[in-house]
Ligand binder design. Structure first.
Ligand code: KIV
Length: 277
């Protein structure tokens, strides 16, 4: 059964923690979906982990539409959220136009956008128009040059503003809020005060759910995982070993064997080659 917004809210209401993971292509979405991950995020982190940029800023709406469409083809049950990239929702009209592309062209179920007070009007407009919106507070990577790569909300004034932003996003109709790099006590306090779920990343165990980046979880980018990520496997090394074995077998002639080959009637071949040489 496809996961719906109601299911996500029910999980919060019943204290069932929500697992979310990023996905950027058909194959990863299919694997995550079949593993029972209820929420997939086509994050603009794809700029870094899929395209090798050092920030999310170069990601375009075209990038997001293309990756999101691939994820949608792989996800049967998961609720898929697509990120609106940098400066594609600076005005209400931009937010509507960008969300239209992600929902109509890629087919995502919801969009995510970063920020507090400055985006609240856009969130309200989108939700009025039937677009489910996930907020994103704390460290917001699209503002990384302004914020610096650091935990947000450690000072009382910052913490208070984050809580007020979360309440404003909720009032504007957001169905969930990502809290990234926020002190665990603050994330817990925000989660307890919100009706809608919080999804943490580097925000401790007091959030209603957690989100992790695919490449970090699986150990696909050697030595590049941030501190708040947990590496559940070292798939990058495993892939490297597989590829080395493949290279060796191609070199030695051990691959391919008859099992990976097809044959033709020898008479047909003789006829085809007749008169040559
Ligand atoms: O782009 C992304 O992957 C994200 C998560 C880190 C929350 O926004």
């Amino acid at each position: 059964m496809p996961v719906t917004l109601r299911d996500v809210q029910r999980m919060k209401d019943q204290g069932e923690r929500i697992a979310m993971v990023t996905a950027y292509d058909y194959a990863s979405a299919r694997i995550a979906d079949r593993a029972g991950v209820p929420l997939l995020l086509v994050g603009d982190s794809l700029g870094m982990v899929m395209h090798g940029h050092s920030t999310t800023l170069p990601v375009t709406l075209d990038d997001m539409v293309r990756h999101s469409a691939a994820v949608m083809r792989g996800a049967e049950a998961a609720l898929v959220v697509g990120d609106l990239p940098f400066l594609t929702y600076a005005s209400e009209a931009d937010a509507v136009a960008s969300a239209r592309r992600l929902m109509q062209e890629a087919g995502v179920h919801a969009v995510k956008l970063e920020g507090g007070a400055p985006v609240v009007a856009g969130v309200r407009r989108l939700t009025e128009l039937g677009v489910p919106v996930m907020g994103h507070l704390g460290f917001t990577p699209q503002s990384q040059h302004q914020l610096g790569l650091r935990v947000q909300g450690k000072a009382a004034s910052e913490a208070r503003r984050l809580l007020e932003d979360a309440l404003s996003l909720q009032a504007a109709g957001a169905f969930a809020i990502v809290l990234e790099l926020v002190p665990a006590q603050l994330a817990r306090a925000v989660s307890e005060r919100l009706r809608i779920p919080t999804i943490g990343i580097g925000a401790g165990a007091g959030c209603d759910g957690q989100v992790q980046v695919w490449h970090d979880l699986l150990g696909l980018l050697d030595g590049k995982s941030p501190r708040h990520a947990k590496r559940y496997a070292d798939i990058g090394t495993a892939i490297g070993s597989v590829l080395s074995a493949y290279v060796e077998e191609v070199k030695s002639g051990a691959f391919p064997t008859a099992a990976q080959s097809s044959t033709m009637d020898e008479a047909e071949l003789a006829q085809a080659l007749a008169g040559l040489d």
